[in-house]
Write a protein that binds this ligand. Structure first.
Ligand code: RUQ
Ligand code: CUA
Length: 623
């Protein structure tokens, strides 16, 4: 294998240079690198999972502005499932049935950024997956027994929780700092009053596992900056969280230039235990119905640490002793020590304050600046089982392995191209696996069959077990995996059928109980779906027909009584623009107004048996 030489020499410190760098990829050069990576035949064996065997890991990749989660198997990199979260999905009827429609609220899409698995003692417990929506400021939780979204909440005052979700080590909180500062309550305020009127509110969200509900516990009215990425502490730093900021210049226009003026921005260091105590003690203001901590007034628990300008990622090491910030406009990773930070805070080793928040002296907390030769655009860091760090280099298109203890560069591997995040096997937990890392690349260029001018993104699987990192598989992916979680498959315990729920008034488990009830102009259908028919009213002459009057409000409650692996039914009415899914044992409700008169066939949308085509009926709407 040819040694890869970074194609750009010298230090680049501007976005302009990034643009120039992209232009430097000639097709010849890119083909060369790809061919090298694929020349090793044994790579195919490393990712081959024979029929009957399963992948070793689940990859849960954010679907970005598709509003979905993409589930892959690793090492095969086969796409297994798309789970709708913030966007409707006709394939599963998500956003059509009453429960999911209510969760979606008034929004029809979302921009899902960083997924986070629930943790127990800093390790993935395989129970839940959290995610946030940058577009419409929401947080969601997915249950991993069923891979379905259970709750979505709107988060007030936080506008674009980009740097979420990162959970604390026992899933006590997930923190949602805002990407965009707005006035509290999102009320109108002139941009001339930006510094006084605008705030960068961070929300602390809790999760009630029993009820499967999310809740905003309290908020912090941080200064009007942009908060980019965050991470929660582990072990000795378990009570803390770190957040990167940019636009501490408080620019209100042309951010590309104006938010890149200052040599340093900050990392916000938060002691969430102290903030939690503050809330218990009533040391907050009640604003827009939220418990709001104003740092200039409710002092303590929040500190600023200067960091190289416009940082992006910040990642806590598996042992919780350090955090590493990467600078998108600076070619260095900066290693900070929690121990030093605690010491500096204890000694009040401060260099002034901003907005009432003490600034801890950079030199007192910084351990080392790491600057691998010609590595440009460090964004995000993951870890292996030996504590070694792997940082994505957006501009020089590579992953650099380095030692956080010494700063020494250990290995580098080119990826195609421009990785944003990477995700290592359990790589953000207290116990990373160290087997694989996947580069989540923003640019695929000529990697796959062309589908026109818009190319897919790409995910490249890298084997970490040999002496050298090696790209062993590549999979296209829809826009856009911002981040992902790579979790051991045996931690995920799915169910194959839903339990009977005798308390659900809409559930019907035998034919005798099926019925169509009319209450005024409401029609309630209590039906069942089974191979290979619908029964809406077993006593009727035609049990598979629903007849209503124009203008009636129709409720279809449908239970799938096939308590059998993989027998899912669907329910759609021709021309009525609706679809609902009922998984084995599940009861679901869809509600609509019969506003079109006429004759409308209804049918099962999910292929369920040899007589699936016969699983149909009529929806008749009398004038
Ligand atoms: S960000 S490419 Cu939306 Cu996670 Cu760093
Ligand atoms: Cu039921 Cu197809």
């Amino acid at each position: 294998m040819k040694k890869w030489i970074p194609p750009v020499a010298g230090i680049v410190t501007g976005l302009l240079a990034a643009t120039v760098f992209f232009a430097d990829f000639s097709p010849e050069k890119t083909t060369q690198v790809t061919a090298d990576n694929n020349s090793n035949k044994s790579n195919a064996e490393k990712v081959y999972v024979p029929f009957g065997e399963k992948d070793e890991y689940y990859l849960m990749a954010s679907g970005g502005h598709s509003g979905q989660m993409f589930i892959y198997g690793v090492p095969s990199m086969r796409h297994i499932r798309t789970v709708p979260v913030f966007s409707p999905d006709s394939a599963t009827g998500y956003g059509f049935d009453n429960h999911t429609k209510e969760m979606m609220g008034d929004f029809t899409w979302g921009d899902l950024h960083h997924p986070a698995l629930s943790e127990t003692e800093g390790d993935y417990d395989g129970k839940y997956l959290f995610a946030t929506d940058v577009a419409n400021s929401r947080a969601a939780v997915m249950n991993l027994e069923t891979f379905t979204t259970k709750d979505i909440i709107n988060v007030p005052n936080t506008s674009g929780p980009h740097c979420a979700a990162f959970v604390t080590q026992n899933t006590e909180y997930m923190f949602l700092p805002t990407r965009f500062a707005v006035p509290i309550g999102s009320e109108y305020a002139s941009l001339d009053d930006y510094s006084e009127q605008y705030r960068g509110v961070m929300s602390a969200v809790t999760f009630d596992e029993e009820k499967e509900k999310l809740n905003v516990a309290y908020q912090v009215a941080l200064p009007p900056w942009s908060y980019d990425l965050s991470d929660a502490g582990k072990g000795m730093s378990g009570d803390w969280a770190v957040i990167t900021t940019y636009n501490t210049e408080e620019a209100t226009t042309n951010l590309e230039i104006n938010a890149s003026q200052a040599d340093r921005d900050y990392i916000v260091l938060i002691n969430w235990k102290e903030l939690e105590q503050k809330v218990k003690d009533g040391d907050y203001d009640e604003v827009t119905g939220q418990k709001m901590i104003f740092p200039e007034k409710h002092k303590g628990g929040i500190y600023l640490i200067p960091v190289a300008k416009s940082p992006h990622g910040v990642d806590v090491t598996p042992d919780g002793t350090r955090f590493i910030a990467s600078g998108k406009l600076a070619p260095a990773m900066t290693v900070f020590s929690f121990e030093k930070a605690f010491e500096a805070i204890k000694n009040q080793d401060f260099a002034g304050e901003r907005n009432g928040i003490p600034i801890v002296k950079y030199e007192s907390v910084m351990e080392r600046e790491v600057n691998p030769e010609n590595a440009l655009g460090p964004l995000h860091t993951q870890f292996d089982d030996k504590g070694m760090a792997y940082t994505t280099m957006f501009i020089s298109s590579e992953i650099v392995k380095w030692d956080p203890n010494s700063g020494e560069t250990l290995d580098r591997v080119p990826v195609q191209y421009s990785p944003g995040h990477a995700v290592a096997a359990e790589g953000d937990t207290v116990a990373p696996d160290g087997k694989y890392i996947i580069a989540l690349n923003k640019i695929a260029k000529d990697s796959y069959l062309s589908v026109g001018p818009s190319h897919p993104e790409s995910m490249q699987l890298i084997d970490l077990r040999g002496d050298k990192m090696e790209v062993i598989q590549s999979a296209p992916v829809n826009p856009e995996p911002h981040y992902a979680q790579l979790v051991k498959a045996d931690k995920i315990k799915t169910i194959s059928v839903y339990d009977k729920d005798d308390k659900n008034p809409n559930a019907v488990y035998n034919q005798e109980e099926t019925r169509i009830e009319r209450k005024g102009n409401e029609v309630h259908v209590y039906g069942i779906a089974m191979r290979s028919k619908f029964i809406f009213d077993a006593k009727a002459e035609r049990p598979d027909v629903i007849e209503v009057n124009k203008g009636d409000k129709v409720f279809i409650h449908l239970t799938n009584i096939d308590f059998d692996q993989d027998i899912t039914h669907g329910f759609a009415i021709n021309q009525y623009d609706l679809n609902m899914e009922v998984q084995p044992g599940q009861t679901n409700t869809i509600e609509f107004t019969a506003d079109k008169e006429g004759t409308f066939p209804l049918y099962c949308t999910n292929f369920c048996s040899a007589l699936h085509q016969e699983m149909s009926g009529y929806f008749l709407v009398k004038p």
